[in-house]
Design a protein around this ligand. Structure first.
Ligand SMILES: Nc1nc2c(ncn2[C@@H]2O[C@H](COP(=O)(O)OP(=O)(O)OP(=O)(O)O)[C@@H](O)[C@H]2O)c(=O)[nH]1
Ligand SMILES: [Mg+2]
Length: 319
């Protein structure tokens, strides 16, 4: 069992609940797509294509899914519309697992070095600070020594917000005054973490640099400074995306990948949105793996992303 395994007791419930809006929307669209039909034919496939595209799955991924279903229909000759949910589930799960082999469930911190450093990036408001708080909670609960770095020095409230998370979870937060150099905060954080034998460091950053060059330089500077303290840092550059923005999340992922090397993705706010299908498109289209999904505002509402469980939950498959 991986690092976060012990937190997964109520996982399915949280996932099912978090995806409720997406499910309702997808199911009602599918119901309309097959209305009056008994078998999956060209009309149904056309409608299904529209269902997936309007569910934020993205055009390229939708076309792949549709062509897989077409092949299946050609092979099986008669496919009843009542089987459509389970066929969709099977084909989407197969597509996503073919794609990349990262095994999130069994993920653990590397044993050959510490602290493991995670630099958290993303545009403002996507959920960076909250995701850091949730991760800190999970690492702490797994018995790890965690340090947080408040390198979003853009506004006082950002430092304050991370400090509140630090108190709530019970982990130290390294900070300076508002307006301080983020790279300097990152340096201090890694130094303290190293000196105190920390296992994990999470660095918060500002998402406000809209200018591409500015952002690129800022992140480069933070990374360079980190290496002065810990040569392999950062181990992970985690890009946080707001799932409720649907296709915008896709665009942000592309833009960030262009300015810095992203190693993993967290897709937040999947609860309360009908755009959860975006996770399918993102995990199909982007080479960077989706590692975490955010399903609420509470500490426990972050999960390691499991493709099969996600698709099962989306299509109400009980296991
Ligand atoms: N419902 C829900 N809300 C979330 C989730 N993740 C974050 N939020 C909320 O989104 C809002 C913004 O989150 P922050 O963590 O402050 O986002 P940020 O990226 O740090 O924002 P800036 O510091 O302004 O760049 C907060 O109100 C969070 O509670 C989630 O998974 N679900
Ligand atoms: Mg923040």
């Amino acid at each position: 069992m991986g690092l976060f395994g012990i937190f997964n007791k109520s996982k399915k419930e949280t996932l099912d609940k978090g995806l409720e809006k997406t499910k309702q929307s997808v199911f009602s669209k599918i119901a309309r797509a097959v209305a009056g039909k008994s078998k999956v034919d060209d009309d149904v496939l056309d409608n299904l294509e529209e269902v997936l595209i309007t569910s934020d799955v993205g055009v390229d991924t939708t076309l792949k899914i549709i062509s897989r279903i077409e092949e299946r229909v050609a092979r099986d000759k008669y496919v009843s519309v009542s089987e459509l949910n389970s066929i969709l589930r099977d084909e989407i799960a197969a597509l996503l697992t073919e794609n990349n082999s990262i095994d999130n469930e069994n993920w653990d911190l590397p044993s050959d070095h510490a602290p493991y450093v995670i630099l958290v990036v993303g545009v403002n408001g996507v959920g960076k600070t909250t995701t850091i708080g949730k991760l800190a909670y999970q690492f702490k609960k797994a018995g790890k020594k965690v340090y947080l770095g408040a390198a979003d020095t853009f506004r006082a409230a950002a430092v304050e917000q991370l400090s509140i998370w630090g108190e709530r979870v019970g982990v130290p937060v390294v900070k300076q005054q508002m307006g301080a150099d983020p790279a300097s905060v990152a340096y201090d954080t890694l130094s303290s973490a190293k000196a105190n034998g920390a296992d994990v460091v999470l660095i918060d950053t500002a998402g406000r640099l809209h200018n591409k060059i500015g952002l690129m330089n800022e992140l480069k500077k933070i990374k360079d400074v980190m290496k002065k303290v810990i040569p392999q840092a950062p181990d992970e550059v985690l890009l946080v995306l707001d799932g409720s923005t649907g296709q915008n999340a896709f665009e942000q992922a592309k833009q960030f990948s262009a300015v810095t090397q992203i190693t993993s993705l967290a897709i937040t706010k999947l609860d309360g949105t009908a755009k959860g299908g975006v996770v399918i498109g993102i995990s199909d289209q982007l080479k960077v793996p989706v590692k975490y999904i955010g399903l609420g505002e509470k500490m426990e509402d972050l999960q390691l992303f499991n493709k099969t469980q996600f698709v099962d939950s989306l299509f109400n498959i009980e296991k």
